[in-house]
Write a protein that binds this ligand. Structure first.
Ligand SMILES: [Ca+2]
Length: 153
């Protein structure tokens, strides 16, 4: 299950979404309503990150992301050619929460089992928790190890 969040920030007309595109690399992208020409800097959970721009999408490569916390992705100096501003995106990170329910339960185990041995795609990559490139019992073990861990309210 893909994790897509719609957030409204700043100007009422400004809408963007964040999507985890590749959790192996802690790689996130933020989509803006207009093409972006520059981003001055990026951080994830306070750690320096790299940002790359493709049209109206800014991809952020995060490192040192803590588990079971709501982290903040900060983009400073986001420039769309007309406006320059900073963008703050809060995002929950929870290892083993395959179904994005904000808590690790048997529901995550069941969803992972349904994807067992399927090829890892953009649609089911959340099930490959250990980033091995395959959906196996190793992923279930991580869910079990993190059972009942949850994001803060
Ligand atoms: Ca869950």
């Amino acid at each position: 299950m893909d994790k897509i969040r719609h957030k409204k920030r700043g100007r009422a007309s400004q809408l963007f979404l964040i999507r985890i595109t590749n959790h192996r690399r802690k790689f996130f992208s933020v989509t803006f309503p207009t093409p972006i020409s520059a981003v001055a800097s990026a951080t994830c959970a306070g750690n320096a990150a790299t940002a790359s721009i493709s049209g109206n999408q800014v991809s952020v490569n995060c490192t040192g992301v803590p588990n079971a916390q709501t982290i903040t992705i900060n983009l400073t100096g986001v420039n769309d050619g007309t406006n320059v501003g900073n963008v703050i995106v809060p995002m929950g990170v929870l290892l083993g929460d395959v179904n994005a329910s904000r808590i690790v339960t048997s529901g995550d185990t069941n969803l992972r089992k349904a994807q067992a041995l399927q090829p890892v795609t953009n649609a089911n990559f959340r099930n490959d928790i250990n980033a091995s490139g395959a959906i196996t019992t190793g992923d279930v073990n991580i869910i079990k190890q993190n059972a009942l861990s949850h994001l803060p309210p």
